[in-house]
Design a protein around this ligand. Structure first.
Ligand code: 13P
Length: 250
């Protein structure tokens, strides 16, 4: 059985006091969520050390939004995977389209980041997805296949089994435009087939999350698709009631 997962990517939102309030509100509502749904929160780096304990006590796993491509050393401003693991962080978002687009993160860099995360014992939430022009040109399948081939397909199966995939069509992120349930299912099934081509049956156990304007009003239809195992939530994860409502949408 695949895990059902709802992960909140807070992005660069909330001051520390605001983040503490949000984490507290989420922690106070986890008892409303069925036990078979795994909740993950990805606050900004500055909040992780202080918030991880309370979130974990409430059953919410904690993710970082990024990690360095190196383990330690003279890399001013970077935060390494071992540092994150040392404070109780268990997951790490890697390859978000905003990192790819604004910080020039390529397949080569992302492969190193995934390696770092795995070596530190973190589970990568690896993001893939096409931009609007690629979707309109019918190239979305090629784009996600390439993104997987660059980083995930070269992994040994034992590492692959720790990976969560997040399919996030860039045209749906923060735009209010969601992929239809049919579009999500079609490409999630394709992603699973690509993974199965290398990893066989293990691909059947991999959680593939949908991200992009997922909210309480559309989550149920998306999550009802056989290859959609949950969501990576941006804006709606900043409102505790919405995040919890999405987690209850399975
Ligand atoms: P929105 O839910 O705000 O569209 O963001 C999705 C996302 O990028 C999650 O990583």
């Amino acid at each position: 059985m695949r895990k059902k997962i709802v992960a909140g990517n807070w992005k660069m939102n909330t001051t520390y006091p605001e983040g503490e309030t949000l984490a507290g509100a989420i922690a106070g509502k986890t008892n409303e969520v069925p036990g078979d749904v795994l909740l993950i929160a990805a606050p900004p780096f500055t909040h992780l050390c202080c918030l991880t304990g309370a979130l974990r006590e409430a059953g919410v796993k904690v993710a970082a939004q990024n990690c360095a491509a190196e383990a330690k050393g003279a890399y001013t401003g970077e935060v390494s995977a071992p540092m994150l693991a040392s404070i109780g962080v268990e997951y790490c978002i890697i390859g978000h389209s905003e990192r790819r687009e604004y910080y020039g993160e390529t397949g080569d860099v992302l492969r190193k980041k995934v390696r770092q995360a795995l070596d530190a014992g973190l589970r990568p939430i690896f993001c893939i997805g096409e931009v609007l022009a690629e979707r309109e040109a019918g190239r979305h399948f090629d784009v996600v296949r390439t993104q997987l081939e660059e980083v995930i397909i070269p992994l040994p199966t034992s590492d692959f089994e720790k990976i969560i995939i997040a399919y996030e069509p860039v045209w749906a992120i923060g735009t209010g435009k969601t992929a239809t349930a049919g579009q999500a299912q079609e490409i999630h099934a394709f992603i699973r087939r690509v993974l199965a081509g290398k990893f066989g049956d293990s691909a059947g156990n991999t959680a593939i999350l949908y991200g992009g304007s997922c909210k309480p009003s559309n989550a149920a239809e998306l999550f009802a698709q056989p290859d959609v195992d949950g969501g990576l939530i941006g804006g709606a994860s900043l409102v505790a009631d919405d995040f919890i409502a999405i987690a209850n949408a399975f």
